[in-house]
Design a protein around this ligand. Sequence first.
Ligand SMILES: Cc1cc2nc3c(=O)[nH]c(=O)nc-3n(C[C@H](O)[C@H](O)[C@H](O)COP(=O)(O)O)c2cc1C
Length: 200
Amino acid sequence: MPTDKAQLTATKSADTRHDIHELIRKRWSPRAFSEDPIPQEELEALLEAASWAASSYNEQPWEYFYAHRSNKKGFQLLLSCLKPGNQEWAAQAAVLLVSVARTSFSKNDRPNRHYMHDAGAANTTMMLEAASRDIYGHMMAGFDYEKTEDEFELNMEQEPVCFIALGYLGDPEQLKEPLRSREQTSRNRKPLSEFTTQIL
Ligand SMILES: Cc1cc2nc3c(=O)[nH]c(=O)nc-3n(C[C@H](O)[C@H](O)[C@H](O)COP(=O)(O)O)c2cc1C
């Protein structure tokens, strides 16, 4: 890995108080992707990793539609569903996916209250597997919901969750400001005291 990529990875690595797993530190959401394609076999490994997330009643309510950048028609279809601000950088991704969730249980058609939770767990599991292979993902809520439902012919029980841009790390210089600067600044999180309460 060239030094500048190594530096970027170090800057983006989570600065944590506790000694948490390296993969969790390493994952982050880039906007600058390299030209390198993701081999289909690698992508399938990421999708399989996603499928090993836990889900309510093991429903596995997730579904993915995806295209490699080399597939111009499919990639353009996915890209066209994004909000312009996301299109600007996601056009450089190696693969675009849309994460879709089934909102009811397949065995009895009752509402699945946890479909969004479970699809999110699958997406995050995918992101961690990706990071282990030096592939990075950027999830996006900035997309046109109605267009996505139309283009992918989603039925009443399928809900688009988010889009995901995947690729190998690129050069932040390929981005315009303010994204270029953001790409190179460290990440931060709320302290535990702000989101946890120990019941005594
Ligand atoms: C569900 C979801 C939706 C997001 N939507 C967008 C988006 O539309 N555009 C964008 O640039 N980033 C988006 N993000 C990325 C977040 O801004 C990013 O994960 C957050 O700032 C934390 O940064 P990190 O992932 O590098 O730790 C989204 C992330 C998630 C999980």
